[in-house]
Design a protein around this ligand. Structure first.
Ligand code: ZN
Length: 276
């Protein structure tokens, strides 16, 4: 096991692994290192024959404020696990490859782990934060949880793992994207976007109770059930939709480069802050 600095890993119940985002001082903002460590931890839990259910939790008041773009993310910090290449190439090529590897590629990899996964969510989940929550199979959240993807203000279509219509339904997806507003835990429950809403102080115990309940079932049955639901989503075009939207996402990034000289519209941050 590597020396992880952005996450923690433990086994809080029989047959249950828990990965915890451990950067609360930055509201669990995700840099490339955190994403890489998360992937290593998911691999560890996947390959452990004594683990049947994986929980993804977070330290602190907020699950995740999204991608940490304060420092220019550096692929030298991480070991790619996909087949992307030319990460430092000029033009659209390098940045598209980096987002394909670190964002869409990892999300899709985690979505297809052949064991049940549960997100345990409190506080704010913003943009890239949803890219950790939505690839999980089930979502338990506290009643103070809120979910938003405000990045249309940056002149792109939404965050890179574009599954909003599948996760929230098309009306709420458009509402979230057009307005950038946060939806509450109860609204998310009403739209089938989360499985359970619990009191903040019961989030950990309720999540582990659910994980332990699931973990009594045979591994292969759980794997077959998961794959069958995932196949149904794929039959509705989920993967093709993600790839289609990812292409449009990069039309947005490259439009911004041509017009503003940056990947995102610099006015976006003022729009978002004025509505916070
Ligand atoms: Zn992007």
């Amino acid at each position: 096991m590597s020396e992880w600095t952005r996450i923690r890993y433990d086994r809080p119940a029989e047959r249950v692994a828990r990965i915890t985002l451990a950067r609360p001082e930055a509201a669990n903002a995700q840099d490339y290192l955190m994403l890489s460590e998360l992937n290593e931890a998911f691999d560890e839990a996947s390959r452990d024959d004594n683990i049947r259910v994986i929980v993804l939790a977070a330290d602190g008041n907020h699950f995740s404020s999204g991608h940490d773009l304060r420092d220019d993310p550096d692929m030298a910090d991480v070991e790619p696990v996909g087949t992307q290449c030319h990460f430092e190439a000029e033009g659209a090529e390098g940045y598209m490859a980096r987002e394909a590897e670190m964002y869409v590629g990892l999300c899709w990899r985690w979505r297809n782990i052949p064991k049940p996964t549960i997100a345990s969510v409190q506080g704010k989940v913003i943009a890239g934060g949803l890219m950790l929550v939505w690839p999980m199979d089930m979502i338990v959240c506290s009643d103070d949880a809120t979910f938003s993807d405000p990045v249309v203000a940056f002149g792109v279509n939404g965050h890179e793992y574009f599954v909003h219509p599948y996760e929230a339904g098309q009306r709420l997806a458009k509402d979230m994207l057009f307005t950038g507003r946060s939806i509450s835990a109860s609204e998310a429950l009403q739209h089938g976007m989360v499985n359970r809403v619990v009191a903040r102080e019961q989030l950990e115990s309720e999540t582990l109770a659910l994980a332990s309940h699931i973990a009594k079932r045979p591994m292969f049955g759980l794997t077959l059930a998961k794959q069958s639901v995932n196949n149904s989503m794929d039959a509705m075009g989920m993967y093709t939709s993600i790839q289609s939207a990812f292409g449009l996402h990069h039309v947005g990034h490259n439009h911004n480069r041509l017009v503003h000289g940056s990947l995102v519209d610099p006015e976006g941050v003022h729009v978002i802050r004025s509505e916070a």
